[in-house]
Design a protein around this ligand. Structure first.
Ligand code: F6P
Length: 353
């Protein structure tokens, strides 16, 4: 087994509620196993410049309940270059850092793979509100973001009800309609519009008219940011075509902040421990995942390929590295994930008014 003396922990990409709970878990578990921990500030940018602090127990006290990330986050172009990667490797060599736990989304994992390929063992933990890492059922931050979304939309619904209005609400999710779909079902949205499924705008508008005729005073249309700047225009067209007074709201980053939910805190705690266990057992280039509600791990390279397959971004040559059986398994898994979303999408169509 590799003898780890020191590891680093960083958060990269968009922040997510629960990241602090991961930092706490990684730090506490490592320290209790005789491994020192550097908290690295501003993600890979901080790793390149050596912006970090050797943590003690107290540095991670009172953070499990805090949103954002005490390590801050940043996106770095320089880190994508060989020169940037070499700077990061040098920081680790100079400070005797034997491995890194990197919390974030797919960009974070690409960085972790690049570092692993240059001799620095890395483990990824999925932290993004979007829940768009295909290899895992769950990414830390999503539950909090969805709960904040439903709280906000419930408030909008109160005022819609008073004024007999429609509200088009745009929620976050750069390439994924996951938040929009689940929060949409949870708020009883009249319609959910997400990039994964085609829809006909005229049919949506027809449905709103029927709901109004049926006596519904509050009409909520939940749309995902991934559709581009669609919501504002849609709300104007609803008003023009139906005469129903319609407002538009973009929740944006408001759902990315705030105190993490129980689910985010618990999963973050479990995943943090798992990441350190993986490093200490000599594993690297792995991402901690959740499958069938259990914590497990997957190769980062595999996870990134699976992700591109699910998002339709895969070039055929990428599959050359996998056997026919593996490719079939990947395709089946992607089909299952999509079918699950579709099932919920259809349920909402059947039960919403
Ligand atoms: O990936 C998380 C996310 O919040 C997306 O939902 C959103 O599109 C993006 O980050 C926003 O990024 P930024 O914080 O750079 O505006």
């Amino acid at each position: 087994m590799h003898n780890f003396r020191r590891i680093g922990v960083l958060t990269s990409g968009g922040d997510a509620p629960g990241m602090n709970a991961v930092i706490r878990s990684v730090t506490r578990y490592a320290l209790s196993h005789g491994v020192e921990v550097f908290g690295i500030y501003e993600g890979y940018k901080g790793l390149m410049s050596g912006n970090m602090k050797l943590f003690d127990e107290r540095d991670v006290s009172n953070i499990i309940n805090r949103g954002g990330t005490i390590l801050y986050s940043a996106r770095s172009e320089e880190f994508r270059t060989e020169e940037g990667l070499q700077k990061a490797i040098k920081t680790c060599r100079d400070n005797a850092i034997d491995g890194i736990v990197a919390i974030g989304g797919d960009g974070t994992f690409r960085g972790a793979t690049d570092l692993t390929a240059r001799g620095l063992p890395c483990i990824g933990i999925p932290g993004t509100i979007d829940n768009d890492i295909t290899a895992t059922e769950y990414t830390i931050g999503c539950d909090t973001a969805m709960n904040t979304t439903i709280e906000m939309v419930d408030r909008l619904r109160d005022t819609c009800e008073s004024h007999a209005r429609c509200n088009v609400v745009e929620v976050m999710g750069r390439h994924s309609g996951y938040i929009g779909l689940y929060a949409g079902v949870a708020v009883g949205a009249s319609a959910i519009l997400i990039p994964e499924f085609r829809f006909e705008e005229d049919k949506i508008i027809e449905k709103l008219v029927k709901s109004k005729e049926y006596g519904k005073r509050n009409l909520i249309v939940l749309i995902s940011e991934g559709l581009g700047n669609y919501g504002e225009g849609l709300s104007k067209r609803i008003e023009e075509k139906t005469g129903i007074e319609t407002r538009f709201a973009r929740l944006a980053h408001v759902v990315r902040g705030g105190s993490p939910t129980l689910r985010d805190r618990v999963i973050a705690s479990e995943m943090g421990v798992e990441a350190v266990k993986l490093l200490l057992s000599g594993k690297s280039n792995r991402v901690v995942c959740m499958r069938d509600s259990h914590i497990c791990d997957e190769g980062i390279t595999y996870a990134l390929t699976l992700d591109r397959m699910f998002k339709g971004k895969l070039s055929p040559e990428e599959l050359d590295a996998y056997s026919d059986d593996e490719v079939k398994k990947m395709r089946d898994y992607c089909a299952f994930k999509r079918a699950e979303m579709e099932r919920l999408y259809k349920i909402n169509m059947d039960i919403s008014k």
